[in-house]
Design a protein around this ligand. Structure first.
Ligand code: SAH
Ligand code: SF4
Length: 357
């Protein structure tokens, strides 16, 4: 079976492709020109091109569905080689701006949300991805490929500054080795050159793995899916809290090396009548005391059969106002792509239902 070339760092490829500068050229073809056929890599010797085509494949997944939101975000469903599907979303953070003569003034700003696993072991009560259980980890190449295919599909130049958030399907820290490998491949300056400071790993709070991530010293940003401020409620929403409680997460966060100009992001999913009251906001302020933190409030995005409800805009705004009044940075996540159900796992679910599975 052919190997997936996107699984490898330049350094690893140098071990079996000689001389070294050929790997640099190959990386240029893969990640700058985004050529998906080895035979078209014109400056590589024919023999090498042939060998590479025999041993490796470039793309291993297929885009099987694509939904464009009214706000310009695009949600992709990828089918992996073994038939399983995962999602990635291209979020349009700022649309392109044009001059009067129609020429481009500012290019659009993008963030890409990628998946790290098929399914998830963590089993959060509000999450659609959790409903299907855990299937398998993605390989590093499968993580890298989501971005590469989205770049190709949208003709995004490799020198563009794009952000990556590991907030798609799966728990990234439960697949730490492949995640770290993908982060390294993305950040290679001869590849897509997406600096680790532009990459954010979101976790449900596996404290010991947060420490491991810190030790790897990759320079990525950290996001914690907190969602509740006392252990009792958090255990109900996120069973993982029994193994790693709030205190253990906060300790791991305090140990995490944060880039000087950055903050740790705390995601707080607001669910109507569950965690939307100001007592929770008060506790949150206490919890974050002394931490370089930023809070991102997320509206719970309901799906068919979900037991939870979307909170009112008024309650979310009140929550935000309280945090701001206490000096805690706090944004409300715009429901980008809400019309295409851009929350975790929702496109995949539609597709499975559509396929009658
Ligand atoms: N497993 C990681 C990363 C993927 S989930 C984590 O949990 O952090 C990415 C985010 O989507 C998490 O903050 C999660 O809580 C949120 N999410 C899950 N289901 C959602 C829903 N129905 N509506 C809104 N956000 C949701
Ligand atoms: Fe897994 Fe994140 Fe969904 Fe929880 S919210 S089940 S950790 S993907």
């Amino acid at each position: 079976m052919k190997q997936h070339i996107l699984n490898y760092t330049k350094k690893e490829l140098e071990e079996f492709i000689q001389p070294k500068f050929r790997v640099k050229q190959l990386y240029g073809w893969l990640y700058n020109k985004k050529v998906t056929d080895f035979m078209q890599m014109a400056n590589l010797p024919k023999e090498l091109r042939k060998n590479l085509s025999e041993q490796f494949e470039i793309l291993s997944s297929k885009i099987v569905s694509k939904q464009v939101s009214v706000d310009g975000s695009i949600k992709y469903l990828f089918q992996l080689k073994d038939g399983h599907t995962v999602e990635a979303v291209l979020l349009l953070m700022k649309p392109a701006q044009y001059n009067e003569d129609g020429t481009i003034k500012h290019l659009p700003k993008y963030t890409v949300c990628v998946s790290s696993q098929v399914g998830c072991k963590v089993g959060c009560a509000f999450c659609l991805t959790a409903k299907g259980g855990f299937v398998r980890d993605l390989t590093a190449g499968e993580i890298v490929e989501q971005i590469l295919q989205i770049y190709i599909d949208n003709q995004i130049e490799s020198n563009r500054k794009v952000n990556i958030v590991y907030m798609g399907m799966g728990e990234p820290l439960d697949n730490l080795d492949n995640l770290a490998q993908a982060i390294r491949i993305f950040s290679d300056v001869e590849g897509l050159s997406i600096s680790p400071h532009r990459q954010t790993v979101s976790t449900s709070g596996l404290s010991s793995k947060i420490d491991k991530l810190a030790k790897l010293d990759l320079g990525v940003n950290l996001a914690i899916s907190l969602h509740a401020v006392d252990d009792e409620l958090r255990e109900k929403l996120m069973p993982i809290n029994k193994a790693y409680n709030i205190a253990s997460i906060m300790e791991a966060v305090r140990r995490f090396p944060v880039n000087l100009r950055k903050k740790v992001l705390f995601e707080y999913l607001i669910i109507k009548d569950v965690n939307d009251d100001l007592t929770a906001a008060k506790k949150l302020v206490k919890l974050l005391n002394g931490i370089k933190a930023k809070v991102n409030l997320i509206y719970f995005n309901p799906y068919e059969g979900s037991e939870f409800k979307r909170p009112s805009e008024e309650d979310v705004k009140k929550f935000q106002k309280y945090l701001l009044s206490k000096g805690v940075l706090c944004t409300i996540r715009e429901s980008k792509g809400l019309d295409i159900s851009a929350a975790c796992g929702q496109l995949r679910e539609q597709n499975l239902q559509g396929a009658g599975q």
